[in-house]
Write a protein that binds this ligand. Structure first.
Ligand code: V47
Ligand code: SF4
Length: 669
């Protein structure tokens, strides 16, 4: 009997429609890579390798709102601290700066101000249109339009007609949330119903106004609610063809009444984009909205079915106030950089998805950006005979200690042995500590200075409690590792090799990386390396300190590139080595380059965790529970149907049962 995934693939190949059971199956499937590959194929069929972005400016006229949606951190009651309402002049000034910088769109949505008459909204549109006649005004959700109509006691058609006459160009997609009453009644019971939202967009389409649509996911809804939501949007699109784009909005957890203390899972974000691409077959455009997804996942979304990255945005308050961690603005250069480094062609668009200067964009890519071509991450991965890891391992401090020799000064062979000894003999609550020594060239030099031969030195390290010897970042340019690996191997000390993916201003240096990979395929077995870690350069940890976020962005490895490198490494290593992608030290996130950090609830790189397994990693290195919430990390791993394997001490590993996390982390080495 043919299985359902195969049946879905056949349907896609034949151009047949997926039904709701298919969409539900895809949401429930753990096979993200296969679904993503399918979505990518459909996307490329429709849009080639082009990714849209636009130069736009969000202006939220007021956060004063008569409603109290449970998920909303943005709204305030009149007089409440933080409440604001812009004068139209203020909005014009914000818009003027944006238009001078090339904005072609103004996106205006806000709260339902209890005292603003319809005339205020009409004046807002008329004034903006008069000031900036060439700029597209995308404004007012179905919720705001309903509010205006009710306050004015006029029909929606009249309200829309007046706004259109004043210069309104199209409607944004907000207010859709989740249509199903089981969820809608719980999260925004006083908002327009699903039928009203749909009817408003149908009406707008019939009046020649195009619109966008959204879905707020990742809170209390279930997959069947998402499918029901998308079914209703697909039906209206069949009827009118008036939607420009579908935008999945990932739930931001802070400062609202939902009581959900977590961001969405990266695995789920990408699956949602992919299912939308496959099920919403009558939509040309699916957006990876960087403001809510974060730049790392949004960039990856471009390989999972999305063809739109949204725009420069500049001032976004709705997500920001709910814990959004992506900043409020990206420059044209940032957007193009991330798109190019996903191996795609950036194309500026207008609000209605018409390309602006298409020929120029294509020519630029053809001319100058060959080095970006290698970053077609899961495109490449798809062809690799790699079996997905079924579990993800990580070690936690203080049960494991990494002695980082790169960070230690004035070291002698004798005090290295003492340091190892004292670290390994300090028992943690779960038994003795495992000591990993990182820094092969330092170890070799210390032995040479002390006139200790390699074999005797390795035996002494083993006796001092060292359980693994690892290459460190400073070993990257060193070329005599082999004999150290061999000596360790002979002394029964397993070793970890290290590869470094280097970022340059034109993308990653893939030639250099390929050379390093040769060393893996040639040398793994004879050298006795049982693990390989993958680092990046410039060091991701340092990238935020450069002072100039945009320069920093062009010099860091992006998530798509890193995952591509992981898959290449897995291909070279086969099943013969553990691949370590250290969450705390090596997995890159653009957050620091954008000047952003963690808010404490989730390390920014954590969104990539289950994806790392899909691309071939099976180890997250050493995790410090003071910096990363271990329980949340276990949830992240399990979100993709993987087992979490927490390593406590030599030869012992177990899942989170009985995990003792009450200790204070101690200094490493
Ligand atoms: O309707 C509110 C959402 C929407 C949260 O049409 C939240 O081009 C996540 O619709 N977590 C407004 N989302 C934003 C919106 C939008 C954004 C970008 C582009 C377009 C477009 C439309 O923001 C609201 C609601 O669904 N929202 N609170 C939250 N805590
Ligand atoms: Fe008001 Fe919109 Fe927030 Fe709901 S989501 S409370 S309608 S601003």
């Amino acid at each position: 009997m043919i299985n359902q995934m195969r049946e879905i693939e056949n349907k896609i190949e034949n151009g047949s429609r997926l039904n709701e059971a298919d969409a539900l199956y895809l949401f429930e499937s753990p096979d993200l890579m296969r679904i993503g590959a399918l979505a990518d194929r459909v996307n490329r069929r429709k849009n080639q390798d082009r990714i849209f972005y636009n130069i736009n400016r969000h202006i939220n006229p007021t956060n004063i709102c008569a409603l109290s949606c449970k998920f909303c951190a943005f709204s305030r009651k009149p007089g409440e601290e933080g409440a604001y309402a812009y004068e139209i002049d203020e909005m014009v000034e914000k818009a003027r700066t944006a238009v001078a910088q090339g904005a072609t769109e103004l996106h205006m949505v806000g709260g339902l101000h209890p005292r603003w008459p319809f005339k205020r909204y009409l004046d807002m549109i008329a004034t903006m249109h008069a000031e900036f006649p060439g700029v597209h005004l995308k404004a007012f959700t179905a919720v705001e339009l309903d509010w205006m109509a009710r306050r004015e006691r006029r029909s929606l058609a009249e309200i829309l007609q007046d706004l259109k006459n004043a210069g309104l160009g199209s409607l944004p997609g907000g207010g859709a949330e989740i249509f199903h009453p089981e969820i809608r009644d719980e999260i925004c019971d006083t908002k327009v119903s699903a039928d009203q939202w749909i009817d408003t967009h149908r009406l707008a389409h019939s009046m020649g106004l195009r619109s966008n649509c959204t879905m707020l996911y990742g809170h209390i809804e279930r997959f069947e609610h998402r499918v029901d939501h998308m079914r209703r949007l697909r039906e209206l699109q069949d009827e009118t063809g008036g939607f420009n784009v579908f935008i999945p909005l990932s739930f931001q957890p802070n400062q609202n009444d939902m009581g959900i203390g977590r961001y969405t899972f990266g695995f789920d974000d990408l699956k949602t984009i992919a299912v939308a691409r496959l099920y919403l077959d009558n939509f040309a455009n699916i957006k990876a909205y960087w403001v809510m997804l974060g730049q790392d996942i949004a960039q990856l979304g471009l390989s999972f079915g999305a063809n739109d990255f949204d725009g420069t945005v500049t001032e976004e308050k709705i997500s920001l106030m709910a814990g959004g961690r992506s900043g409020m603005a990206m420059s044209r250069a940032d957007l193009e950089n991330l798109i190019l480094r996903a191996g795609r062609t950036p194309v500026e668009r207008d609000t209605l998805y018409k390309p602006i200067n298409l020929e120029k964009s294509l020519a630029q890519v053809a001319q100058g950006n060959q080095s970006h071509q290698a970053s077609r991450s899961h495109q490449a991965n798809r062809n690799l005979p790699v079996s997905r890891a079924r579990k993800m391992t990580f070690a936690i401090t203080p049960h494991t200690v990494v002695v980082k020799l790169d960070e230690m000064k004035n070291l002698s062979w004798a005090n290295l042995l003492t340091t190892c000894q004292s670290n390994s003999s300090t028992p943690s609550s779960n038994g003795p500590c495992e000591v990993i020594l990182a820094g092969m060239s330092v170890v070799a030099n210390l032995m040479e200075q002390a006139a200790v031969d390699l074999h005797a030195g390795m035996t002494a390290l083993r006796a001092a409690g060292v359980r693994r010897l690892a290459e460190s970042p400073s070993d990257a340019r060193w070329n005599t590792h082999d004999k150290v690996h061999r000596a360790a191997h002979q002394a029964d000390l397993p070793t970890t090799g290290r590869l470094t993916l280097r970022a340059t201003a034109n993308g990653c240096d893939w030639n250099d990386f390929r050379k390093q990979l040769d060393r893996v395929s040639d040398g793994l077995r004879p050298l006795g390396m049982t693990a390989i870690s993958l680092g990046t350069s410039p060091d991701v940890g340092d990238s935020g300190d450069s002072g100039d976020a945009h320069d920093a962005l062009s010099m860091v490895v992006t998530a798509t590139e890193y995952l591509h490198a992981v898959s290449q490494l897995r291909f070279a290593a086969g099943e013969r080595a553990t691949i370590i992608t250290s969450l705390m030290d090596d997995v890159p996130t653009l957050a620091p380059a954008m000047g952003l950090g963690s808010d404490g609830s989730q390390h920014p790189a954590q969104k990539l965790v289950p994806l790392l397994a899909d691309f071939g990693s099976d180890d997250l290195g050493l995790v410090d529970p003071a910096l990363i919430k271990v329980q949340r990390l276990i949830e992240d791993i399990r979100s993709a149907g993987l087992a979490a394997d927490v390593k406590f001490a030599p030869e012992s590993s177990q899942t989170d049962a009985g995990l003792d996390l009450r200790h204070k982390p101690r200094d490493r080495a």
